[in-house]
Write a protein that binds this ligand. Structure first.
Ligand SMILES: N[C@@H](CCC(=O)N[C@@H](CS)C(=O)NCC(=O)O)C(=O)O
Ligand SMILES: *[C@@H]1O[C@H](CO)[C@@H](O)[C@H](O)[C@H]1NC(C)=O
Length: 224
């Protein structure tokens, strides 16, 4: 029995961040691919409230919600710390992580789905959120400082997933002109061998987002 297991879905940005953290810590784990269209008993029993991936199983004890899983990993395996030690800095890192998941991930996905005037507004609104993150990078190589940390892993979807969303929905959110620091950070982050070595193929993401958008739009069209 593996001590550490990750129940995940290969295209999920929330799951990839967990794998990055475990690799960074040098923790061996077993990865269990979940079929989200036909959820397994192990997922439903481990995360009865949300029934979502990722779930971390540590000696069969489940931990849910990717941000909380990252914190748990950081507390159990002390090597290569992710969160700052200082309580204030730690609270700030958690604040931005929550903000980024609520406003940037969801905002970008919302902007993808929006059309026409609505889309312009949605893009503008996500850009306001990204501007806060851009500011956090002033004078820093990574969000974690000289090394990657908690917030870098949380925002690690930007160079890969956001890039695909931008292509599929034909929109531009983060580029060298509007967010130079974020853009530079994204390039630097995605080139790290550990990060680059654990990403779903771009083509699979393109297909997935294209299909999701088509489906969402057909639902919307049928409601009118
Ligand atoms: N807030 C959650 C989000 C996880 C999430 O949205 N997971 C998606 C996959 S990307 C999922 O399991 N969806 C299945 C469903 O909603 O039925 C986290 O950070 O772990
Ligand atoms: C759903 O998953 C179960 C096992 O968890 C499997 O036996 C069954 O064939 C699957 N059904 C479909 C439609 O894929």
């Amino acid at each position: 029995m593996a001590e550490v297991k990750v129940i995940g879905a290969s295209l999920s940005l929330f799951c990839t961040r967990i794998e990055w953290a475990l690799k960074l810590k040098g923790v061996e784990y077993e990865y269990i691919e979940e079929d989200l269209k036909n959820k397994s008993h192990i997922l439903v029993n481990s995360n009865p409230v949300h029934k979502k991936v990722p779930v971390l199983l540590h000696c069969d004890k489940p931990i849910c919600e990717s941000l909380l899983i990252l914190e748990y990993i950081d507390e159990v395996w002390k090597d290569n710390p992710l969160l700052p030690q200082d309580p204030y800095q730690k609270a700030i890192a958690r604040f931005w992580a929550k903000f980024a998941d609520e406003k940037c991930v969801m905002g970008a996905w919302g902007a993808c789905q929006a059309e026409g005037e609505e889309k312009e507004k949605a893009v503008e609104s996500v850009a306001e959120s990204f501007a806060f993150l851009e500011k956090q990078l002033e004078g820093n190589k990574y969000f974690g400082g000289e090394e990657i940390g908690f917030l870098d892993l949380v925002l690690g979807w930007i160079p890969h997933w956001l890039n695909v969303m931008e292509q599929v929905a034909d929109m531009k959110l983060v580029d060298a002109d509007n967010f130079p620091l974020l853009h530079e950070w994204a390039q630097r982050f995605i080139q790290l061998p550990l990060i680059k070595g654990c990403l779903p193929p771009r083509e699979n993401l393109v297909n997935y987002f294209t299909a999701s958008l088509t489906y969402m739009r057909s639902l919307k069209a049928n409601n009118h």
